[in-house]
Design a protein around this ligand. Sequence first.
Ligand SMILES: Nc1ncnc2c1ncn2[C@@H]1O[C@H](COP(=O)(O)OP(=O)(O)O)[C@@H](O)[C@H]1O
Ligand SMILES: [Mg+2]
Length: 362
Amino acid sequence: MTGLTLKEIRKSYGSVDVLHGIDLEINQGEFIVFVGPSGCGKSTLLRMIAGLENITGGEMYIDGQLVNDVPPSKRGIAMVFQSYALYPHMTVFDNMAFGMKIAGESKQEIDRRVRAAAESLQLTNYLDRLPKALSGGQRQRVAIGRAICRDPKVFLFDEPLSNLDAALRVATRIEIARLNEQMADTTMIYVTHDQVEAMTLADRIVVLSAGHIEQVGAPLELYERPANLFVAKFIGSPAMNIIPSTISDAGAATTITLKGGRSVTLDIPTAASEKGKTASFGVRPEDLQIASGDDYIFEGEVSIVEALGEVTLLYIEGLVPGEPIIVKLPGITDTKKGQKMRFAADRSKLHLFDAEGHTYGR
Ligand SMILES: Nc1ncnc2c1ncn2[C@@H]1O[C@H](COP(=O)(O)OP(=O)(O)O)[C@@H](O)[C@H]1O
Ligand SMILES: [Mg+2]
């Protein structure tokens, strides 16, 4: 049984194309996260799945049924928005019960489902309260509870945590992860621009930019093997360092000359025809270490030290003027501004992208 199939899905508003042909298979029970920069089309795609936006082109199937022209109420979908969208004059119980009342469920069934949802979201003690007497996190849990009561086949979330403060965001994120375990057969699609949410919640992440898919994969797959420069820079924080370079020797291993003159050999194969071409060398801040001998990738001067306790970030000037390389070292270091340092990295952690930004090899 499949969950959802998107075939060549397109969306235009007038003459403006917002989604340029999205192809995606989502399995039943999967937790899928859409990430991407603001304006790339995440909400639009989610709203099209919900049936709240019409589909300009392509086909959408839910459980094998073509749903392009099926109204939202007939799609078996529930959606949770960033702005809880609760009825202010109704109690928590009535907010959660509302959809079932409209659907004509029996009083007994409504009571059973509301209490079960309230129990799993720790809202039992708040059922008689109005939304204004709840915290932001509790309100969002009511919105989630209301969606659960509809017993959806597909559960959609559009940045549900972005109105919450940091501590509540973590607590509610864990709540959603737990919910996902309890509702193992329910497909969940979750939109966020927060990569911690994406990395921790997703079975698979869909990275979107400017209305198309850049890559689909498990969180660590995207982190370890980004398909292109966009994904490489988008996943991971601080972002991967990118250094302009030229391929000086192609083959089973590739040697490049970094801007600034130093050469580096990578365990990444390139075709002989690539020799002489420009490329982008990538290394993550957390994959760099202080070099002990002559085997280093680059050297430079410390321009900023950010001691965060758990890690220390160093900004190293010396390769490309005005574009410091960021190094993330574990714990606290006694590094000082102005110090000259050399850095190395494990060969297996290095990345190489061609002039179009595609990853070489792997
Ligand atoms: N109703 C609309 N009319 C015209 N343009 C829209 C409409 N809704 C969204 N857009 C445009 O579509 C693009 C994608 O928007 P959206 O899906 O909200 O992005 P995201 O959720 O990734 O931030 C944006 O450029 C936005 O301006
Ligand atoms: Mg959005």
